[in-house]
Design a protein around this ligand. Sequence first.
Ligand SMILES: Nc1ncnc2c1ncn2[C@@H]1O[C@H](COP(=O)(O)OP(=O)(O)OP(=O)(O)O)[C@@H](O)[C@H]1O
Length: 358
Amino acid sequence: MALLKLDIYAVRNIRKASISFSPTINFFYGDNGSGKSALLEAIFLLGRARSFRTPLIKSVISVDEKQLTIAGIIAKSNGNTLSLGLRLADKANVIQINHRITQKRSDLVYTLPLQLIHPKSYELLDASGQIRREFLDWGVFNSNDSFLMVWRRFKKALAYRNLLLKKSALNQLNVWSDELIAYGVEIADFREQYLNKLKPVFMAISQQFLGIDSIELKLLPGWEGAISFSQALTDDLAKDLRYGFTHSGPHRGDFQVFFDGRLAKNHVSRGQLKLIVMSLLLAQVQLLINDGGNPPCVLIDDFAAELDIKHREKILRYLASMNCQVFMTAIEMADFSSLNGIENYKVFHVEHGNVTAV
Ligand SMILES: Nc1ncnc2c1ncn2[C@@H]1O[C@H](COP(=O)(O)OP(=O)(O)OP(=O)(O)O)[C@@H](O)[C@H]1O
């Protein structure tokens, strides 16, 4: 899958752009404020119908404009092409796939899968567990068709159970606890299977990027690992009733990265943390490619920050070997490191919202 063409109208300082991409690596360089992130934002919008920078769509629409429009042509792995269109205004949004209107954002997610790596991504290991759960669930969602249904049912059971806990309605609690256990155990199993598959891929990439073998990934299911989820709910009942919510479960699940036997986030440098997070995010993409899934486009904003030239080169060589489409930004062309040996790439200069193929 590759995004071949993109037309942008009124996305931040990009008033109008029509760009033909390489199906391999696309480099964008330009000064601060030139519109490089806005360009990645436009691709992300087309794949998710939301921005990665703000929940306020109004701030993404160019000032003095009422709506933004993005259109793309995608080449699918089977050789067919497909068109995507998106019009976002403050209230009314229109999503079109092959000129047919759809209400479902999830249709976009399936059609244009994306893996975004941007400055905030590097908070993955430092941020709240919610971010790491999203990381895990993105991987499970993309590798397992039944996950979304199980996850929705789990969330429904959790919402009802919490409501009953708040009302201390013990007589109906068991029904929803049973649902919660059934779907919760399934989610924990999905995540465990996924992490077990991700581990060797992650270790191989981090070995290349960091030059060490002693990295470990550990899943925390969301309850005390030595007991069952059902037992955890029984043990927590008094506490759950007192506070009016369910303390244990996959909604509290998490994972940890250990480096040389120590928790990576407390031990490694900022550059190493960036390399670990990049290894995790690229391992997700590599795993999808290995499994013959629909490989996502990789968007990397501000590629060079905090990385020395030697590591930038290693990452770039790895990206070039990945067999997926990549879009990456930096201030100077030299920030990407040497492009020797990289094939079929395209370079674009971004200046005052104008994007020019170089
Ligand atoms: N709604 C908007 N309408 C018009 N211009 C905007 C809007 N929102 C932001 N901008 C401007 O768009 C420009 C592009 O910002 P962007 O973040 O894409 O730059 P960048 O090239 O990624 O810069 P940096 O290298 O500093 O990250 C900025 O100058 C910003 O002030």
